[in-house]
Design a protein around this ligand. Structure first.
Ligand SMILES: C[S@@+](CC[C@H](N)C(=O)[O-])C[C@H]1O[C@@H](n2cnc3c(N)ncnc32)[C@H](O)[C@@H]1O
Ligand SMILES: [Zn+2]
Length: 191
């Protein structure tokens, strides 16, 4: 497991969350704009990430993958740290920031001790997604403005376009049940 900075050890703790499984919680007051932790793990190609999780159940939304750029994905399932336990929220108090090909989680507002810390996963849609994809990636953040899905963009592409692209996509699509490649989170902000 990658080492955490002394600072992030003081700032956060991982424990059970009402949103999903384990989550990350503030241990102390965290001012807006604080760099909380780096999202680390094994850096692999998109093809390798898809290959690793191609046998995963198509109804399982769980992912530790984070897109760095068109070439690289971080697999926090291998050598990951506490950053992999941040849950998604539609009205988050943190954001993911990509800087010099590294991914960081930073606070978007002041956060009080005991608050769960979240960011918007913006999991990418694919042309080959089945009609029930929003149910598979249903969001349980509980925010009044919850958009109901961890996927981005919120709107599914128009049917006509999807049908055309689907035909192209089936040729490229590799392995996973339902034809979907591995679900990957995408950074909200690039610097
Ligand atoms: C990186 S893990 C986050 C930590 C996770 N709670 C755990 O215990 O492993 C990401 C997965 O947690 C689940 N998850 C995170 N936020 C969620 C939310 N708002 N609603 C539903 N499931 C969520 C999804 O399965 C997602 O792929
Ligand atoms: Zn939500």
């Amino acid at each position: 497991m990658a080492a955490r900075t002394a600072r992030s050890i003081d700032l956060i703790e991982v424990r059970r969350s009402k949103v999903h499984g384990r989550g990350v919680f503030a241990q102390q007051h965290i001012p807006k704009g604080t760099r909380i932790v780096e999202y680390v793990g094994e850096r692999v190609s998109h093809e390798e990430a898809d290959r690793r999780y191609e046998d995963k159940d198509a109804d399982d939304s769980h992912t530790f993958l984070f897109i760095v750029d068109s070439k690289t994905v971080i697999d926090a399932g291998v050598d990951g740290n506490d950053a992999r336990f941040f849950n998604h929220a539609c009205n988050p108090n943190c954001e993911s920031v990509i800087e010099a090909k590294r991914v960081y989680i930073e606070s978007m507002r002041d956060i009080e001790p005991g608050e769960e810390m979240t960011y918007d996963y913006q999991i990418q849609r694919e042309d080959s997604d089945p009609p029930d994809i929003d149910d598979i990636f249903a969001c349980r953040c509980g925010a009044p403005q919850c958009r109901g899905t961890m996927l981005w963009p919120t709107e599914r592409p128009k049917r006509k376009k999807r049908a055309k692209k689907k035909a192209q996509a089936t040729v490229r699509s590799r392995g996973r049940p339902g034809g979907r490649k591995a679900a990957k989170k995408k950074g909200a902000r690039r610097r």
